[in-house]
Ligand binder design. Sequence first.
Ligand SMILES: C[S@@+](CC[C@H](N)C(=O)[O-])C[C@H]1O[C@@H](n2cnc3c(N)ncnc32)[C@H](O)[C@@H]1O
Length: 413
Amino acid sequence: MQVAKQKIADLLEKTIGLNVTSFSNATFQRALGTRMKALGTDDFTAYFGQVSVSPEELRMLVEEVVVPETWFFRDQEPFVFLADFISKSKKKLANVNFRILSLPCSTGEEPYSIAMTLMQAGLEPSDYSIDAVDVSEQVLAFAREGVYKNNSFRTNDLTFREKYFYKVGDEFAIKKKVRENIRFFQGNMLQPGFLENLGRYDVVFCRNVLIYFNQDAQKHTIESIFNLLRPDGLLFTGHSEANLFIETRFHPVSHSMAFSFYKKSVGQSKSVRQESSKSSTQANRPSMSSPLSYRQPKPSLVCPQKPKKDEYEFVQQLADEGKLEEAAGRCEKYMRLNDHSAKWYCLLGIIRDSQGNQEDAMELLRKAVYLAPDNVESLIQLSLLTERAGDFKRALNYKRRAKKLQQEGNNSD
Ligand SMILES: C[S@@+](CC[C@H](N)C(=O)[O-])C[C@H]1O[C@@H](n2cnc3c(N)ncnc32)[C@H](O)[C@@H]1O
């Protein structure tokens, strides 16, 4: 990278923690191009001169580089676990203002999904409050508006949309009762003293942002989240970010695919959260949307022998607990000695991604799809990976294939 461009990347890194190499050079290039065109310059040195002294220009550049990709009930299981937790601790939560933070909230799908989950689990709007924070004013304006296109609804079951939205032309507007207790406001997670004066939260959602941060920013954010949570508070993170919380002062919750941790507190007795996570069952789940989890709708046709269920689940469990090295080792051993079915390639791919090895992850997931073109989970994971790499066209293609298969799976049920 030429010197001036590198300086701009460094400035972004210092300001919002963004590690420019975490997403495609093309995205950075596009963002720079847009801002430089707006200012009528094609000279990187001149642009650096402006952006380094103008907070307004820096703000505009940040608006261009942020990745606001999000959708309702993203990953599904975090919301299943949250609903389960609320149902089990409703009595304890009565007359307590249950406080949740969605950080970053992007265009609002995450905090609205949280609100719908709480309402569905039986909480009254007066029982809770949600703070939703993002560095981008543009996404916040969108979130406050609360009007969404089809792209924000990617789950199979859209019962929640019928219940909590009304139609405005081709779009869907969120109902007042869902937005009632959500405060949207601007904030930069890297700012010293971030949210310091707002008190502590019972639950923090911090998903799909740490993957874009450099190591220092990740460490800083993990420390901030720890301080923002009440003792025994619950954290939800993204599936590729869970590994960052191993060997920290967070303890994994044993609900598969929730990517959730609770804050370890000194002298902790068995908490409601632990009880809740252990007894989580399908029956307790809200009927809002279908899980996008490792489970496949149909068994793969190319799987030569049924994998040992115990071993597969055990490896999944290890991965959920953040023991990624051990999980990967067992996965490889099983594949060496038993079979190379798509299911195992997919699992190892997800683990490699969680370990930060996106290249291997991509290759393993591609193999899974090659072996079993109907492997929905691999297609979904590939779409997430390619999206993160900035290849939105290919990501959309994988997503469409997965969706089509899911629909076919539903129709044949
Ligand atoms: C991919 S979205 C994640 C949204 C949601 N949490 C989810 O998982 O669907 C990432 C968001 O992080 C925000 N962001 C990036 N850096 C930030 C920072 N330093 N402080 C606050 N928000 C930030 C971006 O504006 C963007 O909206």
